[in-house]
Design a binder for this molecule. Structure first.
Ligand code: HEM
Length: 503
């Protein structure tokens, strides 16, 4: 054998040995971590809550997990419960919420388990990080979102989408007298808006043919599969599947690649054509950030933040409105009064939307009963005691539950299950809620940065639709059933019929 051959064989056998060593190390490390995880986890617990959770017996009485948790929280003297097998403390107590989100904020970061679950999709974007990286993005994003230029730009985009796509589509549905899924239409509308706002890209989801957008499909699949990681019995399962690139993890990787390709292409185009005169978030952020991967991560977080939240809130709103037609009349009366009878030719300005106190109240009221983000978890950095006396162990999960909180008699009174916008109005003026009793936009230090934009978009859509159309839910009063996921989505959509508004 030539010396070249000897070298080749020894290099080959060396790399084989290294491969075996690496594999053995990985296997050993995974087994060790798994055992450590098991030893810290409570696999079985005999308490009623855990038994009901593990055997799924709650399903017999409640349509959704959030309804069962609401029932348990209502019956808890402190407004706090424990699902021991999940290591999860769930609370609907406003004092606890204030403690977690404000007073002892430092002790309740998003934490590693959450970041790992969404890490492949969101990278180091604002939604998925704590500490300095979060502080930097928060500061930069609040400056941008608070600017008049960005606010006007967002308003322009929303009005354009309503005028050129939503209203013509409603005209054609009216002409066909068709039953269609309003949730789907609202998701298309909010995806077009958030893509234009974040990337300066128009996916055209609400064009008359209602086309399938590869980006929307990939983004939805990536969000869904990422959320499903949280449902596996142990994180080792999805991590092993990701390592082997099989099943749902293979599909997730592919979906994220589609999102990445779009982001890369948008960033390349901006670099080539210039970004200084543009107002989308990507262009604005490019002024201070050079790292393309970081830019991608930041903008994808905004897509997630604005994609389904607004659509979910509007779906809940139209569903509730069908139960109280007199609320519809009062909104119309207010829109007519504020904008004037010539409203048909124009859209309310930002200032006019602000004057619509009753519409604001109706939107807040619908999100009280149907918050787009039903619960949100943090992970305790150190041992702690909540204001209601609950002990929280270091590393455990603590969840506040806006869905349950919106249904608490202690917070909203005996008529808490009624859709009653009037509860928000004093002397004709909207009274903002205490954020820790109504953490629909989260509250405290990490409160939602898009709240004003989201409310502007929702008010604009409702005002435009109700001015010209009657929107009728086909089966009003039907018990909503939600799909599992990051944002509340109705499993069967919201079938409606629209017609021209009756005088
Ligand atoms: C009805 C609509 C919306 C609701 C109910 C809502 C609710 C929330 C909630 C509960 C959080 C906290 C999530 C967490 O920390 O896990 C959040 C964070 C955030 N939201 Fe919204 N959101 C809405 C719309 C929007 C829109 C349209 C945007 C962007 C234009 C946006 C931007 C953000 C950002 C950037 C954060 C992260 C803030 C931080 O971590 O410091 N949101 N939102």
């Amino acid at each position: 054998m030539s010396s070249e051959g000897v070298i080749f064989v020894s290099v080959e056998s060396m790399s084989f040995t290294c491969g075996v060593m690496f594999f053995s190390f990985t296997l050993f490390f995974s087994c060790f971590s798994f055992l450590l995880f098991i030893s810290r986890m409570k696999l079985w617990c005999n308490c009623d809550t855990c038994k009901s959770y593990l055997t799924l017996s709650w399903c017999a009485k409640f349509p959704n997990l959030c309804d069962w948790y609401t029932h348990l929280l209502k019956n808890s003297p402190t407004g706090t419960i424990h699902v021991h097998v999940l290591g999860n403390t769930i609370t609907s107590n406003p004092d606890n919420v204030e403690h977690i989100l404000k007073t002892n904020f430092q002790n309740y970061p998003k934490g590693k388990p959450f970041s790992a679950i969404l890490g492949d999709l969101l990278g180091k974007g604002i939604f998925n990080v704590d500490g300095d990286s979060w502080k930097f993005q928060r500061k930069m994003a609040s400056l941008e979102l608070g600017s008049v230029t960005i606010r006007s730009y967002a308003m322009e985009l929303v009005n354009e989408e309503i005028q050129t796509r939503l209203l013509p589509l409603m005209e054609s549905k009216t002409a066909q007298n068709a039953v269609f899924d309003m949730q789907d239409i609202l998701r298309r509308l909010s995806f077009d808006n958030i893509c234009k706002f974040s990337f300066g890209l128009d996916p055209g989801c609400l064009l008359p043919t209602l086309p399938v957008s590869d980006l929307a499909v990939a983004f939805d699949l990536a969000s869904k599969l990422s959320a499903e990681r949280a449902m596996t019995a142990s994180p080792f399962i999805w991590k092993a599947k990701r390592f082997l690139n099989v099943g749902s993890e293979k599909r997730l990787r592919k979906a994220i690649e589609v999102v990445n390709d779009v982001a890369r292409e948008m960033i390349r185009q901006r670099r080539e054509m210039g970004f200084k005169s543009r107002n989308d978030l990507l262009s604005r952020f490019m002024g201070s950030i050079n790292d393309d991967v970081y830019l991608r991560d930041i903008v994808v977080s905004f897509l997630l933040a604005g994609r389904d939240t607004v659509a979910s809130a509007l779906t809940g709103f139209f569903n509730l409105l069908s139960r109280r037609p007199e609320v519809e009349g009062l909104i119309r009366e207010e829109v007519g009064r504020v904008v004037g009878q010539a409203h048909g030719s124009g859209f309310p300005s930002f200032e006019q939307l602000r004057e619509m106190h009753y519409l604001n109240a109706a939107i807040h009221e619908s999100m009280r009963l149907f918050p787009p983000i039903q619960f949100d978890s943090k992970f305790a950095r150190e041992d702690d005691v909540l204001p209601d006396g609950t002990f929280v162990r270091k590393g455990s999960r603590v969840t506040y539950h806006p869905y349950a909180m919106g249904r608490m008699e202690q917070i909203w009174g005996p008529d808490c299950m009624e859709f009653r916008p009037e509860r928000w109005i004093r002397d004709g003026v909207f009274v903002p809620p205490c954020p820790f009793k109504y953490p629909v936009f989260q509250a405290g230090i990490r409160v939602c940065l898009g709240k004003d934009l989201a409310l502007m978009e929702m008010k604009s859509v409702v005002a435009a639709l109700l001015t010209s159309f009657d929107v009728r839910v086909v089966q009003p009063g039907q018990e909503p059933r939600f799909s599992p996921g990051l944002t509340a989505t109705l499993r069967t959509g919201l079938p409606v019929r629209v017609s021209h508004r009756k005088p």
